[in-house]
Write a protein that binds this ligand. Structure first.
Ligand code: GLA
Length: 373
């Protein structure tokens, strides 16, 4: 157990040193340097019992600590201790994803009669913005304190043609820790040419603590009656399908492992769950409940609310025991899961899906709130 906990125990969310509920001014330190000498910083912030560490590289959540039911803290997100490890090859651990979360078929789409070819980095398809997506960008980070909130403002300008996408895209992402210990993400983007945008974050959750083994006993609820079935390349085939009577039914809390070994073609394609759920609430102006994840053993619970119409639930299928986390444990298949709020994969090629188009003069906005218990 000790390897899963760090920092002092904190039975109440107020009181002992290090467990204060009061927001603290974010603290900046040098995390490392890229090969070209660029300094990468790590920002540490804390509020309402949640502790967050964020890198200027990729806007990566390097650590997110929350207490269990006994008040013992653990870092519940997979990651690395050094910038070299992130650069050498991270499967998007904790990273900001853009310009387009998930896949675009053949890495190609047509806008206003013009066809754009993107960087292709997943078989024939473009995944998570291409080979050099926002997860590898160096972001401008500024701390803020706003009433009882503390947070970071991250900025990045993606130039016209970057990874094949049209338009200069000015992106602003705000990470806020609220006094209730929620981690809120607000995304904003504007463009100077018509383009497509779909931003998300790729935290790998293990509520037992990173290195804590399989998440197959975690219980998951997703507020969705439909999902988008995929082909063998994990591109949606088109019309959403009902989850009723399939392993994809998470409308009531169910363990991740309960149906994951069913001989279902969709599970075979993805080696587990790696699909977009069509949230019943649809796209909303304010964040509404989308999913709840809990670890019965530690008592830690994560509740996700979002403005987005979709949620990618990925059961860590491609973790293959070749990466070692800060706990000193290797990460194996199913040792974490991702819940990525998003528009649907391949929307630029699917006219029936909610649109991901962004035109000059418009502002892309998306908000996701992670609440912990
Ligand atoms: C997403 C994708 C997965 C995989 C992971 C990262 O969740 O849907 O197929 O690429 O990211 O490995």
């Amino acid at each position: 157990m000790s390897s899963k906990s760090s920092g002092p125990a904190c039975h109440e969310r107020a009181g002992p040193l290090g467990c204060s509920t009061k927001g603290r001014k974010p603290v900046k330190e040098l995390f490392g340097k890229l090969a070209d000498g660029t300094e990468i910083h790590r920002w540490s912030l804390e509020n309402g019992g949640t502790r967050l560490k964020v890198l200027s590289y990729g806007g990566i959540v390097q650590s997110l600590e929350i207490p269990d039911r006994e008040g013992r803290y653990a870092n519940v997100s997979l990651g690395f201790d050094t910038i070299e490890d992130y650069v050498a090859g991270s499967p998007y651990f904790g990273a900001l994803i853009g310009r387009y979360g998930n896949r675009i078929g053949a890495g190609r789409f047509t806008l206003d009669g013009e066809t754009f070819q993107l960087s292709v980095n997943d078989g024939a398809n473009s995944l998570h913005g291409g080979a050099d997506g926002f997860d590898k960008a160096v972001w401008d980070v500024e701390p803020f304190e706003d009433g009882s909130d503390v947070g970071l403002r991250l900025r990045y300008t993606s130039v016209d043609g970057e990874q094949g996408y049209p338009g200069t895209l000015a992106v602003r992402v705000t990470y806020t820790l609220t006094e209730r210990g929620e981690w809120r993400i607000d995304y904003e983007a504007t463009t100077d040419k018509v383009t497509v945008v779909n931003l998300t974050n790729h935290v790998y959750w293990n509520l037992a603590g990173e290195g804590g083994g399989s998440i197959h006993d975690h219980r998951l609820t997703i507020a969705a009656s439909r999902f988008t079935p995929v082909d063998a390349g994990l591109i949606p085939t088109g019309e959403p399908a009902e989850v009723a009577g399939t392993p994809f039914d998470f409308r009531g809390a169910k363990t991740v492992g309960e149906d994951i070994r069913e001989a279902d073609r969709q599970l075979l394609y993805a080696k587990g769950f790696d699909h977009n759920w069509v949230l019943d609430k649809g796209r909303t102006a304010d964040p509404e409940w989308a999913a709840t994840l809990s670890d019965p053993e530690s008592g830690r619970t994560l509740k996700i609310s979002t403005t987005e119409p979709g949620l990618q639930f990925y059961s860590g299928n491609f973790l293959d025991g070749t990466l070692v986390g800060p706990s000193g444990k290797i990460y194996r298949q199913g040792d974490a899961l991702c819940l990525e709020t998003q528009h649907f994969p391949d929307s630029p090629n699917k006219t029936s899906y909610p649109s991901t188009l962004l035109r000059p003069g418009q502002t892309y906005r998306s908000t996701t709130v992670h609440a912990f218990d």
